[in-house]
Design a protein around this ligand. Structure first.
Ligand code: 13P
Length: 323
């Protein structure tokens, strides 16, 4: 059997380890142009390339970011963009010891034969797999299997090309179900994902996971405390994720900035076999956007807002966030 990692094994392990380094996590800015447009319109800006460039420049040139951020996931357009002074964004990241990453999926389309569920395109000609599982719609056995198999193929192809795959079956928050139901679905999804990762000879030391936290559905009548979310999420991870996996980088999934930080902090109150950290988009960017408002005179304050969120989550990664 040939491992998918092939000759890149050492490099993959060291890349994954450097992203999973203490007190640091991932800044997800891999919004597609359409999603970036939604964020810009929330502050009254048009979805032009110039506005997307200005916003990404603000984020990626924040001085001191590398202390708290170990990796940044970029959208393809961003990979080739530069600052207004002509410095490649990728070089801005490298100067701060932040590993650049690239989103490779091509979006969601309906999954025929399922309960109105979706699957993620992009395997043809390589591509990625961030995929979603919806609890109110099922999830059907078909949708779970398709998601898990697609993620495993993506992970094998990425490793074969020397890239550390971020394996992300996002279990959506939508629904009025209790936390126990989310746990049940998450266990099912992760057991299938690891079954197929193993079948595809993926090197577990050279991947990173991006799970959703185990929470009640967003429309459930009661909210769960950070301690309860930590308890359920860690139960799921301990049951399903081998300690060979170096980093668990949670997505924020629509939680508020403070909720996402408190939940991460609660998970790091006792030692874990993995590095339990963040790969937040909205929970790192919401107040940045609000502060910026598209005005050059607000760039400094917006960068300070980004650093404040990044620092709070860095402390949460270490279990030392006090609010
Ligand atoms: P959120 O933190 O906004 O859920 O996004 C994370 C993500 O998956 C982006 O890649």
């Amino acid at each position: 059997i040939r491992a998918a990692a092939g000759s890149y094994a050492d490099e993959l392990v060291s890349t994954a380890k450097s992203v999973a380094s203490p007190g640091r996590g991932i800044l997800a800015i891999d919004e597609s142009n359409a999603t970036c447009g939604k964020r810009l319109s929330s502050i009254g800006l048009d979805n032009t390339e110039a506005n997307r460039q200005a916003y990404r420049q603000l984020l990626l040139t924040t001085a001191g970011l590398g202390e708290y951020i170990s990796g940044a996931i970029l959208f393809e357009e961003t990979l080739y963009q530069s600052t207004t002074d002509g410095k490649k964004f990728v070089d801005c990241l490298k100067d701060q010891n932040i590993m650049p990453g690239i989103k490779v999926d091509k979006g969601l389309v309906p999954l025929p034969g399922s309960n109105n569920e979706s699957w993620c395109q992009g395997l043809d000609g390589l591509a990625s797999r961030r995929t979603v599982v919806s609890i109110p719609c099922g999830p059907s056995a078909l949708a779970v299997k398709e998601a898990a198999w697609g993620l495993a193929r993506y992970a094998a192809i990425a490793q074969d090309n020397g890239l550390v795959p971020i394996v992300e079956p996002e279990i959506l928050l939508d629904g009025d179900h209790a936390i126990e139901r989310t746990l049940e679905v998450a266990e099912k999804v992760w057991s299938e994902v690891f079954f197929y990762l193993a079948q595809n000879n993926v090197l577990f030391e050279g991947i990173l996971l991006k799970p959703s936290m185990v929470t009640p559905g967003a429309e459930h009548k009661e909210k769960a405390s950070p301690e309860a979310i930590a308890k359920y999420t860690l139960t799921m991870l301990r049951r399903r994720v081998p300690p060979a996996v170096p980093g668990i980088m949670f997505l924020s999934g629509g939680q508020s900035e403070v909720e996402a930080t408190l939940n991460l902090n609660a998970m790091n109150q006792s030692p874990n076999p993995w590095h339990v950290s963040f790969s937040y988009a909205r929970a790192l960017q919401n107040s940045v956007l609000k502060t910026w408002q598209g005005r050059p005179e607000n760039v400094d304050a917006a960068q300070k807002a980004l650093l404040a969120r990044a620092k709070a989550n860095s402390l949460a990664q270490l279990g030392r966030y006090t609010g």
